[in-house]
Structure formats: C-alpha cells, structure tokens
Design a protein around this ligand. Sequence first.
Ligand code: PEP
Ligand code: MN
Length: 361
Amino acid sequence: MTNNKQIGKWLTDMNLGYPLTIAGPCSAETEEQVLEIAHQLKHSKVTIFRAGVWKPRTRPGGFEGIGKKALPWLQRIKKETGLLIAIEVANAKHVKLALEHDIDILWIGARTTANPFAVQEIADALEGSDKIVLIKNPVNPDLALWIGGVERIYKAGIQNLGVIHRGFSSYRKINYRNQPNWQIPIDFKTQFPDIPLICDPSHICGRRDCIENIAQTALDLQYDGLIIETHHNPDEAWSDAKQQITPNVLHAIVKRLVVRAKKFKDEKFIVALELLRKEINETDKLLLQTLSERMQIVRKIGTVKKERNVAVLQTKRWKDVIKKMGQYASLAGLDVNFVTRLFKEVHQESIRQQEEIVNRK
Ligand code: PEP
Ligand code: MN
C-alpha cells in the first residue's frame, strides 16, 4: 500500500478543490431537509454532500437513521445540484444499496473501523469497485487498527481511498467530544503520504464554537480536506444537533480559513529555516542529554529504595514535583498543561526504570 500514487489520484483527477470540502447533515431526515441543505451548499467550495442514512447510535432507542428510503432523495440532490454524494456504510447490505443507488463516496464510521469483521464484510461487498472509500479512524487511539482497516479495503482492489480523522474517544472529556490526538494522523500520513487525509472537526469538537479552530489546525498540518456537518436548522437536527452549523456559517468559516503553501521556493527563507532547524536539533540533543542524566539519578534512587525496601512510588514526592514544575512552567513561559503531560510521561518512565532495579533478583 505504501507509495502507491494511484490511491490518492481521484482527488486531483476529479478536480474537487483544495481543501476538499464535504458538507451536509449528520443524518438525512426528510426529503425537504436534505434538498434544502444541498441547495444552500451548491455554488460554494463544497463539492461533496454528506448524509448519514443508517446511524450508529451509542444507545438504542434514539433515531437510527431513515434507512434506504433516503437513497433516492440523495440521487435527486446529485441530479439537481451536481454535488457528489457520500454516505456511511457499516455492513454488506449498506454497500449493496449504496452501489445500486450510485452513491459516489462511501465512508466507514469510527465504530465500524474498530471492528475488523465488519470492515472485512464491507471490503468483500466492495470487491473491485471504483467507488471512493473513506475510512474514519477507529474510536480508540490505535494506529495499527486504522491502518488494518485501510489495508482490508485496499486488498479488495479499491484504489480510490482516503482517511478521515474524527478524533478518539476518551473517558474524561475535557475540551472535545473526541480527543484529536494529532500525532496519530501525523504518523499515518508519514507512513502513507499518498492517501488523502481529511479532518472531521464536527465529531472532534462536538460543539460549534471550536470547528473553525480545528479546521485551521488541520490545514496547517497539510490535511487534504474537511468534512463538516451542516444543517439548515441545526438546533432542530435529529442527531448531533450541538455540533452542526448552517451552510452560511460554513461558507464564512471556509472563507476565513488560511490556506498556507505546502512547499516553499524562496532561497532566503530556506536558508533561515535551515539555520533554525539546526538550532532545534542542537536543543533536542541537549534535552535528551538532560533526560539521560535524570534517569541515571532515578536509577541511583532505585538502588537506595531497593536496599531500604521502600516503595517505588512516593505520592507526596510526586505531588511536589508536579507542583514545582507547574510553577517553573509559568515562569519559563511554557504551557502548564503541556509541562504536566510531559512530566507524567517522564515520571512513568522513571517508575519503570526503578521497578526494574527493585525487582532485579
Ligand atoms: C458521522 O459522520 O455522522 C458519524 C457517525 O461519525 P463517526 O463514525 O466519526 O462517529
Ligand atoms: Mn454525526
């Protein structure tokens, strides 16, 4: 799958614009609703209309989608507006119906990507199709599972592929409905640079006010496109009401987004950047050197603890460290949350090293 330019060729061949902009409601609700939204979206940067027809709901009893009844509505949208149509598929029956109704793009939802049996069933039903298939990241932050999902579809002979980053579920929800964990899609992109990467700010945010920010970050990270839930009357939407925005708000956001150059040509700029990067490399070496020194001291403490038969984790000491580091962080102009996260990692490694020492026979 690596280095197969064919995989992402559809994006340039089809002239779908940069950034590729997919919009439409979380769910198709009525024929009037989808038509109204689609007509408000045409003549804009949006080239693909999304709508969920079968909705994977966390708990039963909610609105689980209109089902196949909505497929002719979407065909009508394609005819009237020229927008391509994207829907979610979660099993072989969905794929069959999507193919019968000439749906252009099929996406695999986050809950489905997490289940290799379901992805394989979809792959088998798609065998040899020339449709575009977009694979969302699995709900859990597992890069290998995401790659596995893409591989299953690729092995079924699907050449037109893309992936969607929609954030990752976490027990403690602080700022986001689904944590973005940007490093995971960066790792994906590094391994598979030819697979188009699309960001879904709606499902990352779970609310309207952070969509623009997340979309801008995605563009700054060289994403190829965005998928944003859009509804003519978001507050009344039958699913995901809190995160949907009107077509007008979407147009305004898309207009404000800054598209930055992916590559640079200016000689002076290249030289300046190179110098700064050299400085970073030197600083990184110093950081590692300091970390290594810290771990040597950690191991010495480990030996002392072993001699005295003292527990590795000393909660009071750990609380002091994290408090002090928080104070230093502010003084050093660093983000306290970042420093806390960093020291939690460092502390875990310190514990691992001391565990090795105290348990050595
Ligand atoms: C959706 O796009 O409406 C959806 C259900 O998303 P996800 O699979 O990312 O939860
Ligand atoms: Mn949704």
